[in-house]
Design a protein around this ligand. Structure first.
Ligand code: CTP
Ligand code: MG
Length: 216
């Protein structure tokens, strides 16, 4: 679980993973979703380097906490090194998706265990997306029905993800993007609306509102 980001777009001064959501740090909620799933056997968290001890105390002894890196890829690469040798399937899950249903975690894991080397949860888009040049002019409009927004957890055969992370300088904004660069097929499964990423201030308001309505 990459959790080492600063949360600059959310603002507020505190690293995003430690921002409170319904009275608990966002990271704690994200970890609870993994604990409630049936398929997760080991959890490794990449924390902000100055907060490794704080995060370890917060999460308890069943979670291994390591120092993250400057970019998300650095954090994931470091976390991968801390996974036990006998683990053969790895899920990479953003700490910033605190309302992810445990059933989505299990669905991703099940698809990898069923033989897909790389699996990502996706949703259709509601907005039309345009490719825009540096001058602000539209270059093209990809057909929306073929576009998908990609969530986490993303699941991989461990050897595939390790090979992808051994690549250097591939400009990918998700883990599957690195796997695509290897030429390995990536399979999509239906994502979940609640697995949205808390990125901008309105996302936190939405998450609080959903928790107030749904949480026991
Ligand atoms: N992440 C990480 N290490 C980094 C950067 C990001 O582990 N160096 C993690 C974040 O903690 C988050 C996930 O990657 O759980 C997705 O990143 P994002 O939503 O971009 O979070 P931040 O990088 O914290 O936010 P921002 O980009 O607004 O600063
Ligand atoms: Mg970021």
């Amino acid at each position: 679980m990459p959790a080492a980001g600063r949360g600059e777009r959310l603002g507020g001064g505190t690293p995003k993973a430690l921002r409170a959501l319904g009275g608990k740090p966002m990271l704690v909620r994200s970890i609870e979703a993994l604990r409630r799933s049936e398929s997760v056997t080991q959890i490794v968290v990449a924390a902000p380097p100055t907060l490794v001890e704080v995060v370890a105390q917060l999460l308890g002894r069943d979670v291994r906490v390591i120092a993250g890196g400057a970019e998300r890829v650095d954090s994931v690469r470091r976390a991968l090194r801390a996974i036990d040798d006998d683990i053969s399937v790895v899920l990479v899950h953003d700490a910033a998706r605190p309302l992810t249903p445990p059933s989505l975690v299990d669905a991703v894991a099940a698809a990898v265990l069923a033989g897909h080397p790389a699996v990502i949860p996706v949703l259709g888009l509601t907005d039309t997306v345009k490719e825009v040049g540096p001058d602000g002019r539209v270059i093209r409009t990809p057909p929306r029905d073929r576009l998908r927004a990609v969530q986490t957890p993303q699941g991989f055969r461990r050897d595939v993800l390790a090979a992808a992370y051994a690549l250097q300088d591939i400009p990918a904004t998700d883990d599957a993007g690195l796997v695509e660069a290897l030429g390995v097929p990536v399979t999509t499964i239906p994502g979940a609306q609640e697995a949205f990423k808390v990125t901008q201030p309105p996302d936190l308001v939405l998450a609080e509102a959903l928790l107030a309505r749904c949480a026991p």
